[in-house]
Design a protein around this ligand. Structure first.
Ligand code: TRP
Length: 634
């Protein structure tokens, strides 16, 4: 049955058209804060009817929509009516919008409006129903088919429902790497314990809980205001994922014939969802693919940005499967809410309008592609795409399907968004979810929607994929599997963050050998004793030593890592010797990267991003997989 706009649905809930009709009968006041000059009473009605004929949309200069948008642009976008001397051409700014609206709108009008709306008993956002769904299903979240059940949602619900951090970005803090020194020990039982040790809320001295969303990462803070860093076990638990056990690592090695990458066996990639199911498929020769991405927020990429791609390249070579890489240039534009920063960028790029800023993010994405390619993917099996350049066709179909499964309140809970955040942000989750579904890539999978993705990503990206996995069921698609990583600490040590704009926090992939040596010598946080004598007497702590940690990302030789850790603890290995070992390794890795990077041509860029290029999705026979891993990557 097709619902006309004015008919109630079977379940008795109002349809959007019905709501609009009801609203228009109510003669609601116009939002005066937006400075609508209303020609007559008739026009003061809110015209929300989405099915309104074009005559209404074409009301001309005085029509409500154009009046609203011109009011918005005159207040918030200096470009339209004022000179842009301030450099602030960031376009409509949600915070400013809220503030201005609050100021201008008379209290009584808004109260009247909200009372009227409250009396209308507006329905919940429409949800979609799966194939076996009873038609008059209640929108209650406890119903498993129709969403995540209450228990699961409780797990992922943020401790703080409206993280003010989303409004005012603060410094990130992270630390608490599992002991790398211990992880390198042979025969040590699970790299990370399977059992969960009570922490955080049950620790009496935690005054402020940690907060982790894709847009904000903050560790726990104790009563004295001291940063305690990120509790990763707790994060995994909150998201309902599993820690990667030694059994999983052993199985990986048995099946692939490859030793797990240092990042995997030493616990940087420490948590997963359904990785076992991917290994099952690998074992049976069934297809799957890899999916990862980058939000292009800077043109210079540092080691922290590229390590996940290097790891993904390793996985691709081990599994020999297709890989899709999403550049979320759209996300970075939508999510940048720092007005000052945007103004600075506009000045730098001599931008005039918001589209110049948008294109700037798109361009940074393109700058990043060369770096990404240099990480060593299998060209014939890799597709890299920019959202702004690529989204359409089969991909967009899935964006729309996905968008309909996400309600505002879910977005709010999972990402910490508030009413003053722009609607693009609420919607963006659908765009990042979409590459998880194989039929989004017809050039690889045709119309097949039953090939699951394995997504290596930092743990803060998990909320996107929680929504994705929930929606997959309802869309009749495969749930993606995930491998989660911890955050990589800056040179300054645990609890600090590499920043593309702070030269000395990270090793940049453009740094030469001399610079690398200098940065590590003068900035890498040392776990050694304060003086040489003290170090010899009491020894050092490799677990907090950045040189040791950075080395552990790449050093293949476990016995070497164990030896370094033991000698460091004993005080027989000095801080400068530890740093020297790290410098050698990082120089080697960066030099290899730079060699690859220099060889990337514009033709390569076009090749990787060509959406018409066919990619063979078939898995390679297990026996020949070993040959796929070159000695340097093994
Ligand atoms: N949102 C990610 C970022 O800001 C980019 C991204 C898109 C991503 N899709 C992904 C990261 C999949 C990991 C996996 O960097």
């Amino acid at each position: 049955m097709s619902l006309t706009p004015d008919q109630p649905s079977k379940s008795g809930a109002m349809t959007p058209g019905g709501i609009a009709t009801e609203l228009s009968k109510l003669d609601l006041p116009a939002p005066s804060g937006l400075r609508l000059s209303l020609p007559d009473k008739q026009n003061s009605k809110l015209k929300l009817n989405s099915t309104s004929p074009s005559s209404e949309r074409g009301e001309g200069e005085g029509g409500p929509i154009s009046a609203i948008s011109s009011a918005i642009s005159s207040v918030f976008s200096p470009i339209s009516t004022q000179t842009d001397d301030t450099g602030d051409i960031s376009g409509p700014e949600p915070e400013a919008l809220t503030a201005a609206r609050r100021k201008a709108r008379s209290e009584s009008v808004s109260e009247q409006l909200s009372t009227t709306l409250a009396e209308m008993k507006l329905p919940q956002p429409e949800r979609i129903f799966g194939p076996n769904e009873p038609e008059n299903n209640s929108p209650d979240m406890g119903n498993t088919k129709q969403g995540v059940n209450d228990d699961d949602w409780a797990k992922i619900k943020l401790d703080d429902d409206t993280p003010e951090a989303v409004k005012e970005p603060k410094r990130m803090t992270h630390s608490r790497h599992t002991s790398r020194a211990d992880a390198a020990l042979p025969n040590k039982q699970p790299t990370i314990k399977e059992t969960h040790e009570p922490s955080g809320s049950s620790t009496p001295n935690v005054a402020k809980e940690q907060k982790v969303t894709p847009f904000d990462v903050e560790g726990e803070v104790d009563a004295e205001g001291k940063d305690l860093g990120i509790d990763y076990d707790k994060l995994t638990k909150r998201f309902g994922a599993s820690l990667i056990s030694q059994d999983v690592l052993d199985r990986f090695e048995r099946l692939t014939g490859q030793k797990p990458h240092p990042l995997l066996r030493r616990g940087t990639f420490y948590s997963h969802r359904d990785f076992n199911l991917i290994l099952d498929r690998y074992e049976k020769g069934q297809p799957f693919y890899l999916y990862t991405g980058r939000g292009p927020s800077s043109d210079s990429m540092h080691m922290g940005h590229l390590i996940p791609f290097m790891f993904t390249a390793y996985l691709q070579r081990v599994f020999n499967v297709p890989l899709v890489i999403q550049l979320t240039d759209d996300e970075k534009y939508l999510l940048e809410r720092d007005v000052k920063k945007q103004a600075e960028i506009m000045k730098k790029i001599k931008g005039k309008k918001p589209i110049d800023l948008l294109r700037h993010y798109k361009k940074m994405g393109q700058d990043n592609v060369k770096d990404i390619i240099a990480c060593g993917f299998i060209p014939e099996k890799t597709f890299i795409f920019s959202d702004l350049a690529h989204v359409g066709g089969a991909f967009y179909e899935n964006v729309v399907l996905m968008a309909k499964t996400i309600t505002q309140s879910q977005s709010r809970n999972v990402f910490g968004f508030t009413d003053s955040d722009n609607v693009g942000m609420f919607h963006f989750a659908a765009v990042q979810a979409t590459p998880s579904f194989s039929n989004s890539f017809p050039q690889i999978f045709g119309t097949r929607d039953d090939v699951p993705a394995l997504i290596p990503c930092a743990i803060d990206q998990d909320p996107y994929f929680l929504l994705t996995r929930d929606a997959a069921d309802r869309l009749g698609y495969k749930k993606p599997a995930l491998l989660h990583s911890k955050f990589l600490p800056a040179l300054q040590g645990a609890g600090t963050k590499m920043s593309a704009s702070k030269e000395n926090t990270a090793i940049f992939m453009t740094d030469d050998s001399k610079k690398i040596a200098k940065k590590i010598k003068s900035h890498a946080f040392s776990g050694g004793g304060a003086t040489q004598e003290e170090h010899q007497k009491n020894g050092g702590d490799p677990d907090v030593d950045i040189a040791y940690q950075y080395l552990s990302f790449f050093e293949e030789d476990d016995s070497r890592m164990v030896k370094l850790a033991q000698e460091y603890r004993a005080g027989t290995l000095s801080t400068s010797e530890m740093k020297a070992a790290c410098i050698d390794k990082i120089q080697e890795v960066v030099a290899e990267f730079q060699k690859n990077r220099a060889a990337v041509t514009d033709e390569n860029l076009a090749y990787f991003q060509d959406s018409t290029r066919k990619i063979d999705p078939r898995p390679r026979a297990k026996e020949s997989a070993e040959a796929a891993v070159p000695a340097s990557a093994a």
